[in-house]
Design a protein. Structure first.
Length: 246
């Protein structure tokens, strides 16, 4: 299983947001995003604005408050969307800078309620959005290996336990994801509609599916941006598809 490889999420966040912002301008806002059906570049930015605002509110709430509801959707408003993005990002960065990874913070996921959850959450989301926007303008580049490994880990540590699977199936068996460039492996057991991440699977249990490739390709496949066929797949690909969260 992969261990956390990033301790300074802010640096990664600023890097990914900067690359995104270089591509997102008044000329590209209406461009469709091929990796997200029915979405435009402006929609991708608006989704991040909503997440950035939620991050600020969750960090302010600490861990002793009740639920922190997600803010209402941010509606794309032409070039004003760019200003909203810049403002929301700036507020989120300020909030993260004032809350170290181990500071108490509310979370929607069944994980330890620490600010580190939000440090990773918005960095991962920004990296995915940067990739989406690059797809829209024809200038794709992979998610950096360390961030992609975090993106994969977040799926199994937060999203799947919170019930965010794209679809529930009766898929059953043991699957392995191997991110070659990150030297990281995830063993995942599917049984009775549930998914469990295993540190050390029983060596007597045979793998039903294995996907090997770059961390970026595996992360993008889990998030529905690419098919698992982009990786070197052995066994039942349908088992891998049942791990997708978007």
């Amino acid at each position: 299983m992969s261990k956390s490889r990033i301790t300074d999420y802010l640096t990664e966040l600023k890097k990914e947001a900067g690359a995104l912002r270089e591509l997102a301008d008044g000329q590209s806002l209406d461009r469709p995003v091929p990796s997200r059906p029915d979405a435009t570049v402006a929609d991708a930015l608006a989704d991040l604005v909503r997440l950035y605002r939620w991050t600020v509110e969750a960090l302010r709430a600490g861990a002793d408050e009740g639920d922190v509801p997600e803010p209402p959707p941010a509606r794309p408003r032409g070039e004003a969307t760019l200003d909203e993005f810049d403002e929301a990002l700036g507020r989120a960065v300020d909030a993260l800078e004032s809350r170290p990874l181990d500071a108490p913070a509310w979370s929607w996921a069944p994980v330890e309620w620490k600010a580190g959850f939000w440090h990773r959450r918005i960095t991962v989301a920004t990296g995915l959005a940067r990739w989406d926007v690059q797809m829209a303008v024809g200038a794709t580049a992979p998610i950096p290996a360390a961030l992609a490994a975090e993106t994969i880990s977040e799926v199994f540590e937060a999203h799947i336990p919170a019930g965010h699977r794209r679809e529930r199936t009766d898929a059953h068996g043991l699957a392995q994801l191997f991110a070659q460039d990150a030297d990281a492996t995830w063993f995942v057991r599917l049984r009775d509609g549930h998914i469990a991440l295993l540190d050390h699977p029983d060596h007597r249990i045979e793998l039903q599916a294995r996907a090997a490739g770059s961390a970026s390709d595996i992360a993008l496949a889990l998030w529905g941006r690419l098919p698992f066929g982009i990786c070197d797949v052995v066994g039942d690909e349908a088992l891998l598809q049942s791990l997708r969260v978007e």
